[in-house]
Design a protein around this ligand. Structure first.
Ligand SMILES: [Zn+2]
Length: 95
């Protein structure tokens, strides 16, 4: 890795980096596609400034003691494991 540090979330993808969320409690690292993180953060109106605000993430072990790291896209497993997206409602009705 060089000495450059991403200044925005968009830099990760441009520089061949995924965004990892590493848990200090259980050691798990969840790796995200930077473009998908960008879309999600834009929709939520969250800051796109790097380092990525880790407070938006929670580990699968439910710990919030997480930090974001840059992970080289080359270290993705091949093939990528299948994803099981969480079921999201079409819309929410209040009363
Ligand atoms: Zn964890």
């Amino acid at each position: 890795m060089g000495v450059r540090k991403p200044k925005t979330i968009g830099d990760y993808g441009k520089w061949g980096l995924d965004i990892g969320v590493r848990c200090r409690a259980c050691g798990r690292t969840a790796v995200f596609d930077a473009a998908e993180v960008t879309k999600f953060f834009v929709a939520k109106r969250w800051s796109l400034v790097a380092p990525v605000d880790a407070s938006h993430f929670r580990c699968a072990c439910r710990s919030r003691a997480v930090e974001t790291i840059a992970v080289a896209i080359e270290s993705r497993p091949k093939p990528l494991p299948p994803r099981t997206p969480p079921l999201a409602p079409l819309y929410i009705k209040v009363r």
